[in-house]
Ligand binder design. Structure first.
Ligand SMILES: NC(=O)c1ccc[n+]([C@@H]2O[C@H](COP(=O)([O-])OP(=O)(O)OC[C@H]3O[C@@H](n4cnc5c(N)ncnc54)[C@H](OP(=O)(O)O)[C@@H]3O)[C@@H](O)[C@H]2O)c1
Length: 317
């Protein structure tokens, strides 16, 4: 059997692992390009022997990127960071490295490239994260004009960094913070739908050179998302408004932690709604019906429920 080869940068991350499993199920040979290939070894069992191959690549380095895309039919770039650390700056990772991958993919003769960006990516954004994502989109399209850009809102699903994080906070803390009153709007999209959208784009000629904004079926304020979370895990917690100025001061200190819980740039992002723009191409244009958060979130937050199957009994209720 001949497999088509797809290289997935960031394939060991949250979205990447869902995509890799689906690619393998559809018969692709998947090369997971990661800084620490050992972190991706667990995914090998999702395919036949030799079908999923973790390989070393640091996307800040020309040689390892070129080696990772050599012979690939398609390339997907999922690498992204939420905060800067050392040489992992927004500019280096979201902008320069995205362009590097696109140039390498074009040079290697790949026929498709999918770049995972984010809703809110815009050169005029007040967030450096969002500006670097926009610069990355431009760099990708310059080198690979047929590339498809996917911009998701918050992504949810097993092992996500959003509901799992706030559920963990709710287990320990008597309150949950609502920055600026929690009025920012989001349109969370299911990780499975994002993975299916990526697969659809790899197959569909009409997605070449296009940008899609991916959101779920409903828009929620941040407050509504916290209410949904608390209802799901069956806990009552106070929702406490944190004014923007106080949150700014907190971010100044929390942003100094090695793995910052809140940065000033994240605050800047929170000041804009994170929903699909009017007139944008969406999941529907790829033939995908979005999955509701209410359907999926309860399936993976059980351990945060009081008496849930894997509840941590050491935590006083
Ligand atoms: N999750 C969301 O809600 C969401 C929403 C909108 C957009 N997105 C975008 O979707 C993409 C994937 O997000 P995610 O949630 O799956 O992120 P994630 O779990 O943090 O995964 C990111 C991946 O990038 C890899 N990576 C980081 N720096 C690298 C480098 N220099 N060279 C090679 N690999 C590197 C990480 O591997 P290491 O272990 O080596 O660090 C990890 O595998 C990102 O571009 C993100 O901006 C995500």
């Amino acid at each position: 059997m001949t497999y088509r080869v797809v290289t997935v940068f960031g394939g060991s991350g949250f979205i990447g692992r869902h995509l890799v499993r689906r690619l393998a199920k559809r018969g692709w040979r998947v090369r997971i390009a990661a800084r620490n290939p050992n972190d991706a070894l667990f995914l090998k069992t999702a395919g036949a022997v030799g079908q999923i191959v973790p390989t070393f690549a640091n996307i800040r380095d020309d040689h390892s990127v070129a080696a990772a895309v050599a012979g690939a039919d398609h390339v997907v770039n999922l690498v992204g960071i939420l905060y800067e650390s050392g040489r992992q700056t927004f500019g280096a990772v979201h902008h320069e490295a995205a362009g590097r991958i696109a140039r390498a993919a074009a040079a290697a003769g790949a026929s498709r490239m999918i770049q995972i960006s984010a809703i809110g990516a815009a050169p005029e954004s007040r967030s450096r994260y969002a500006r670097s994502k926009a610069a990355g989109e431009r760099a990708v399209l310059e080198a690979f004009p047929d590339a498809t850009i996917l911009r998701p809102s918050i992504v949810f699903g097993p092992e996500d960094g959003f509901f799992n994080l706030f559920a963990a906070v709710a287990r320990l803390s008597p309150f949950l913070p609502l920055i600026g009153g929690g009025r920012t709007r989001f349109q969370p999209v299911y990780v499975g739908d994002l993975a299916e959208a990526t697969l659809a784009c790899l197959d569909r000629e009409d997605s070449k050179g296009r940008t899609y904004e991916l959101g779920g079926p409903s828009v929620y304020t941040f407050r509504q998302l916290m209410e949904l979370l608390l209802k799901t895990i069956g806990r009552e917690r106070a929702l406490v408004t944190v004014p923007w100025t106080i949150a700014g001061l907190q971010a100044m200190f929390l942003g100094l932690l090695p793995k910052p819980l809140l940065t000033r740039d994240q605050l800047a992002q929170l000041k804009s709604d994170n929903v699909v723009a009017e007139g944008a191409l969406t999941l529907a244009d790829l033939g995908i019906e979005p999955t509701a958060a209410e359907m999926i979130v309860p399936t993976y937050l059980d351990r945060f429920r009081i008496g849930g199957r894997f509840a941590d009994r050491r935590v006083a209720e």
